[in-house]
Ligand binder design. Structure first.
Ligand code: ATP
Ligand code: MG
Ligand code: MG
Ligand code: MG
Length: 562
């Protein structure tokens, strides 16, 4: 027997007006319908209805992770500094990291993601190749001091993530673990009822090779992805940029390797910039040995550009404009790849006069002169840069790209040996010799998915949940007095006995009109109304999405809904 939740006892206060600070649809509706309550900027309390949706999503995620053989664990959110120091991320994360001290003055952080700690756990628990492969996951609270947590639970400073990690001894093993996750994610997002696209992604602050994002197209999304209607290529625009730098001359005009006597290495560049060699940069223009070098690198928002800006201050004194570019066709564009710094001349069509070859900085279509990121403009403005524009050539087939906004709901990475190297994660191989482990990491924004679903499914009346995530299966409304309330409770019990999760609006002294409006705002997929014809045992069945209504006997209604 499933549960009957009476509205008369449910802690929910619906609001007629949008909260003043809300910009996105999901933010407005989740607050108005009483699902969440803002506690501080980017920090949210989950109220009973919201908690149900969050739990339903977590449950689906757990089932599909278990189905691929991943094991659930729970690691701490409060973490010691040392492992993050070892990986370089204590510094690299910059302002994004919540750092704190204990009573003895020792440094701690609130985990933004857990590669380091999982690597340590596996190093401790798995010693032989026979212990691998292993896949571990947790559904846990993460902390990131986001620059502008604006959009409700879409971008929290505290949020719930499912993160998982795979550990294999071979490349094929890693590819297999990655493929299993990719498949599990497809099932999860299909069950959630999300419209999503899988696009290739940059690997960002994680470091590593293959990486894809699961993006939910929505106007409120902060990511832009490019989509080729011709060949099916789809990538986050950040990734297209990187690919643009990587492809050979055919798509971008002539490409020449720059002939320099001492080609800078990652190490020498890092030293020059004063950052760890593991740092990832993004579209920074720097002078190296007096030469302007445009370094287009796979980047992520985690990189502490503010700090980087300080280090770069002497170098970033004279960034180029589109006109500079026009006047200096020999300007070099390069990128840091896995093999070191490669510098190439690229005659890029995006560098055509009048168009921005890289937009951003503090003004569209230009790069700023004499500015320092973090000091002279908001780091986030710079990082929200969209390099690719509508109609730009597809790096795959050359046809015009189409751009769309989307919400990043999941991200899968083949990390490789970055963290295994840091922590010397080896297991004894078949031949008795140690083998270095190779890793994958995989995330889903569980709390973000609540908002992403709201964005995609809500209409002008309110929320409108897909069946599996809805806080209830049926919303029964007593539209009248004693008789209607009795009938509503009777139907609720019958539905629950047949396995449906029921919300019943039995509130006394609340008008049917208010109850209907609330039901639409709350967004349970089916409504049963005990109204005018209650004495005859006739109720109305209403579909939240289509608004279609039908009169049925109580028995018919129960049979239809269970
Ligand atoms: P974004 O680009 O939106 O900042 P991210 O790339 O930094 O996200 P990942 O490190 O890939 O995020 O984390 C895995 C998943 O966690 C993301 O795909 C996203 O769904 C979720 N997530 C990340 N940051 C937040 C946040 N601040 N609030 C809610 N969910 C988040
Ligand atoms: Mg981020
Ligand atoms: Mg991202
Ligand atoms: Mg990501």
């Amino acid at each position: 027997m499933a549960q009957v939740q009476r509205m008369s006892r449910l802690m929910v206060k619906t609001l007629r007006d949008d909260p003043a600070d809300a910009e996105t649809l999901s933010h407005k509706l989740l607050v108005r319908a009483g699902y969440v309550r803002r506690t501080a900027a980017g920090i949210w309390s989950w109220l009973p209805l919201g908690k149900k949706v969050l739990d339903n999503i977590s449950q689906i995620v757990r089932e599909e992770m278990d189905a691929i053989g991943a094991q659930e664990v729970l690691l701490p959110a409060l973490l010691p500094r040392e492992p993050y120091e070892a990986s370089g991320r204590w510094e690299e994360y910059g302002d994004l990291l919540f750092r704190l001290k204990d009573r003895k003055g020792a440094d701690y952080l609130l985990g933004p993601t857990h590669e380091e700690i999982f690597t340590q756990v596996v190093k401790d628990q798995c010693t032989s190749y026979k212990d691998l492969p292993v896949m571990l996951y947790q559904v846990q609270t993460k902390y990131r001091d986001e620059a502008r947590p604006r959009s409700g639970v879409l971008r929290g400073r505290e949020f719930v993530m499912k993160d998982s990690y795979s550990f294999d001894t071979t490349e094929e093993g890693l590819a297999e673990s990655y493929a299993l996750h990719r498949e599990a994610y497809r099932k999860i997002f299909a069950r959630l009822g999300l419209d999503y696209r899988i696009v290739s992604a940059v690997s960002g602050a994680m470091g590593g090779s293959a990486s894809e994002e699961f993006l939910a197209p929505a106007a409120a999304g902060e990511d832009t992805f490019a989509d080729c209607p011709n060949c099916g290529f789809a990538a986050n625009t950040e990734a297209v940029t990187f690919k643009g730098a990587e492809v050979d001359g055919s798509a971008h005009g002539p490409v020449e390797e720059l002939d320099t006597p001492d080609t800078p290495t990652i190490e020498s560049l890092a030293e020059h910039l004063g950052v760890p060699a593991s740092a990832t940069l993004k579209n920074l223009l720097v002078k190296v040995d007096g030469e302007i070098v445009a370094v287009g690198v796979p980047g992520d928002r985690e990189v502490d550009l503010g700090k980087l800006g300080e280090h770069l201050a002497p170098a970033v004194v004279d960034l180029v404009t589109a006109e500079d570019f026009e006047a200096n066709p020999e300007l070099v564009r390069g990128y840091v790849g896995p093999q070191g710094l490669k510098i190439r001349y690229i005659a890029d069509p995006r560098v055509a006069p009048g168009t921005a070859w890289v937009t951003g900085a503090n003004k569209p279509d230009t790069h700023a002169r004499n500015v320092v990121a973090g000091r002279d403009f908001e780091v986030d403005d710079y990082l929200d840069v969209v390099v690719v524009e509508e109609g730009d050539p597809c790096p795959n087939c050359g046809q015009g790209l189409h751009l769309d906004r989307a919400i990043e709901i999941g991200h899968i990475f083949q990390l490789g040996r970055k963290y295994a190297d840091t922590f010397q994660l080896d297991v004894l191989g078949q031949n008795g010799k140690p083998v270095r482990v190779t890793m994958g990491s995989y995330g889903i924004g569980v709390s973000r998915a609540v908002a992403a679903l709201a964005e995609q499914t809500a209409d002008d009346k309110g929320l409108c949940w897909p069946a599996e995530v809805s806080p209830a299966d049926v919303h029964v409304v007593a539209a009248g007095k004693v008789l209607q309330t009795e009938l509503a409770l009777e139907i609720a019990d019958k539905l629950a006995a047949a396995g449906a999760r029921v919300l019943v609006d039995d509130r006394a002294g609340v008008s049917p009109g208010v109850k209907f409006t609330d039901a639409e705002l709350i967004g349970v997929p089916k409504t049963v109304i005990a109204g005018r014809r209650s004495a005859e045992g006739i109720v109305e069945l209403k579909d939240r999405r289509t608004g279609e209504r039908e009169e049925l006997s109580v028995e018919e209604a129960v049979a239809r809904l269970t």
